[in-house]
Design a protein around this ligand. Sequence first.
Ligand code: PEP
Ligand code: MN
Length: 280
Amino acid sequence: IGRHGDLEPVGFDYKGLHFDQDSFHVFMGLCAADTKENVEAIFKAMNEAGVRTARMGAYKPRTSPYDFQGHGRECLPWLFELAGKYNIAIIAMEVLSPHHIDEIWEELEKAGHPTGVMLQIGTRNAQNFELLKAVGNQQEFPVLYKRGMGLTIEESLNACEYIASEGNHNIIFCLRGVRTHLGDPHRNLVDFGHVPVIKRLTRLPVCVDPSHPIGSRVAAPDGIKDIYHVAAQGVISGANMVLVEFHPDPHRALCDGPQALFLEEIPCFLDYINRAREAY
Ligand code: PEP
Ligand code: MN
């Protein structure tokens, strides 16, 4: 990832899109694919807004074993078909185990590759070295690595090094907030001030995820939701990607409903983010 060699920025292309320390993409979608109707509603709304990069969980790591765990492989055929129908180029999708990578590949093959997948390593697997080696040991899919919420920067960068050292350099580093012992009005402490730090220490494009550290649709007295405020802070700091959760019916979402934005907000959110990008 550049820490052991020269630090000239490098990038990569995937499914016709370019990723480097100057590029900019917004990945939006559901936390977890729940129903076909909901997935179709978000893809349709994204298509109308001209967004071709999605996030969508099939395998979900949940704190409680009794909570919805994602539909897993079963949803991939209709998920990929809908992505093709609405011209979604890439879906960021978390994997929890090396065999999920094979399942995704097999289902993409069966479907005729109507879309691409970016393999997401969630914060809970930020030091799962066998999984890191597995996503590094293939060249097909780029990797979105989410910072460990209880790890030092150095430990998270070493985790990325595990991916890169296996041969896959197509990595994006995602800041998603950190856990502290100080108490926090949000779910996690927002760490978007580290965007320039990661850009300086690595050659990786940097993503910010405003949804998970904030954890709710709470708004400031100015009426602007905290998720918008911090997303803009990340973008103004030079983030190359924003990962954000939307849902057609957040009150009935099976995962992370309280932080999901409404589909009607998509144009407004994009406008807000694009103005932050211009300010950067
Ligand atoms: C997610 O993106 O839905 C997710 C589970 O994120 P994190 O691993 O950052 O909690
Ligand atoms: Mn989520």
